[in-house]
Design a protein around this ligand. Structure first.
Ligand code: GDG
Length: 465
């Protein structure tokens, strides 16, 4: 086969030192590309006053990257604008935070055109092109306009919203039509795939000629659910690394006589951090006898600071953590440790490994890799308990977690109590099933399933499936 060309908004070349930039997509793609010869194309993360299309290429730790700078207006209208103020909130069911602005839509189209024009000369015959995420939905249409006939696949890392919600987006039809320029469209879960199907069947007058194929706008696209995973073996091994052990000891020493509950999330309103703090407050209020026995550590590196909703959630969390600590601290203990710093991956593995409970309660999440990392980092002889939102895509696979509704402080508080009291036998039984799933459905399986399906598009077996 030709090469694999991966295209995503940001390109985060691995450093090989375990400190790749925060973000599920970056983690997954660097793991996926490591063993593939190919190219990773996208935005450099830099802006310049005027777009030039100049490419920066380099090869780091076996991965070749080609990046391009964007213009200041692109950053405002495409990245902060349409991607993060329109599509992200809408696809995470936050229509209250969704901004509709023509300039954002125009910026989105412009940047997708620019990416396509810059990428075009790099594409060779036989290359498979794999586009990632909501920033780049129209890029296949732009590439087709430029004469690209290669197979192009698209994977959506975030949820696909319910049909009625999708129709609140001005121009929703054009956006969906653009998805029919891909050969294969992948979602994280069957639920999101069905939501897409429903839109196409009821809103776009489409039909399903065979299972796994949708026809509309005069084209047919193959669709599927490809739940993303982590590099489980590697992550489990990280737990034994010197930095992880050191972190384990430091955190362990600072929680002596107490059980640790850990959360690790980009500071994002979709992650349910405010609701999580409130649920922990409820737990403290309901269980006076346990107050001195627990510590909640929330690691939340800031993200998308240019978007007001992110500044607002940050100040609300500052206030909330302060209030809870003010209410429940004693001279020698505070119930919440809230940290806006970013840690290395090996350090995170060490932190996860000390925690009796992994608390992962997004209000909506495409998949959620933190849940899988927490499982992979546990000591098989004495594993902790995963408390997981039923609205994370991961809940479909991690059924032996304690599944909760993150909107209910009572339910989350009860799950915490249950988790903290759980016998080692039950913890082990649950963890074994969870780890088995995390290991089987790892990032390699995800990549191979998707790339295998993309390669096979149009072949007789794929048409029949
Ligand atoms: C999107 C979708 C989907 C976090 N803090 C630090 C750090 N992280 C890493 C975690 C994990 C990643 O960031 C976060 O991944 P998630 O999956 O939880 O969430 P998103 O960033 O929202 O990712 C999501 C994912 O794409 C993949 O498809 O699962 O649903 O929203 O790997 O460990 N990493 C480091 N330091 C930190 O402080 N090094």
């Amino acid at each position: 086969m030709g090469r694999l060309i991966v295209v995503s908004n940001r390109v985060n070349a691995p450093t090989g030192a375990g400190e790749e930039t925060v973000g599920g997509l970056a983690m997954a793609l660097s793991a996926a590309l490591r063993e593939y010869s190919g190219l990773w194309f996208g935005w450099s993360g830099q802006t310049v006053p005027e777009f030039t299309g100049e490419l920066h290429t380099q090869t780091v730790a076996g991965v070749t990257t080609a990046t391009v700078d964007l213009e200041d207006a692109d950053y405002d209208e495409y990245y902060n604008g349409y991607a993060n103020k329109t599509l992200w909130p809408l696809f995470h069911y936050r229509s209250d935070l969704t901004a509709f602005d023509r300039a954002y839509g125009a910026g989105y189209e412009r940047v997708n055109r620019r990416f396509a024009e810059t990428l075009r000369p790099l594409i060779q015959r036989g290359d498979l092109i794999w586009i990632h995420d909501y920033h780049l939905i129209p890029i296949a249409r732009e590439l087709r306009r430029l004469g690209v006939t290669n197979k192009i696949g698209f994977f959506l890392h975030i949820p696909w919203p319910a049909h009625q919600l999708m129709t609140t987006l001005p121009g929703h039809r054009q956006l969906v039509e653009a998805m029919f320029e891909f050969d294969l469209v992948g979602f994280q879960t069957a639920e999101y795939r069905h939501a897409f199907e429903e839109y196409v069947l009821t809103e776009a007058g489409g039909d399903m000629p065979t299972e796994g194929h949708l026809r509309a706008f005069g084209r047919t696209v193959q669709i599927g659910a490809y739940p993303i995973g982590i590099d489980a073996e590697n992550f489990a091994r990280l737990r034994g690394s010197p930095r992880a052990r050191r972190m384990h000891d430091i955190v362990g020493a600072s929680t002596i006589f107490r059980q640790l509950i850990v959360g690790v999330d980009r500071l994002d309103y979709s992650k349910g951090l405010e609701e999580r703090f409130l649920a922990f407050e409820r737990f403290l209020a309901d269980n006076p006898d346990l107050r001195r026995d627990v510590l909640m550590l929330q690691i939340a590196p800031v993200s998308r600071e240019g978007v007001e909703a992110y500044q607002e959630i940050r100040s609300r969390l500052d206030a909330l953590s302060g209030r809870i600590n003010g209410e429940y601290s004693d001279i020698d203990t505070s119930p919440i440790r809230y940290v806006n710093r970013n840690y290395r991956r090996d350090e995170l593995a060490g932190i996860y490994s000390v925690a009796r409970v992994g608390l992962v309660t997004p209000l909506r999440d495409g998949m959620n890799l933190v849940a899988k990392e927490y499982v992979a980092a546990q000591d098989p002889a004495d594993p902790g308990v995963l408390v997981l939102s039923r609205f994370a895509g991961a809940a479909g696979q991690l059924k032996e977690a304690l599944l909760v509704n993150p909107n209910s402080p009572e339910e989350v508080a009860d799950a915490l109590k249950h988790a903290l009291a759980m016998s080692r036998g039950e913890r082990t039984r649950r963890w074994e099933a969870l780890f088995d799933s995390v290991q089987r459905c790892d990032v390699t399986a995800w990549r191979d399933d998707f790339v295998g399906a993309l390669k096979a598009v149009g072949e007789p077996a794929a048409m029949a499936s």
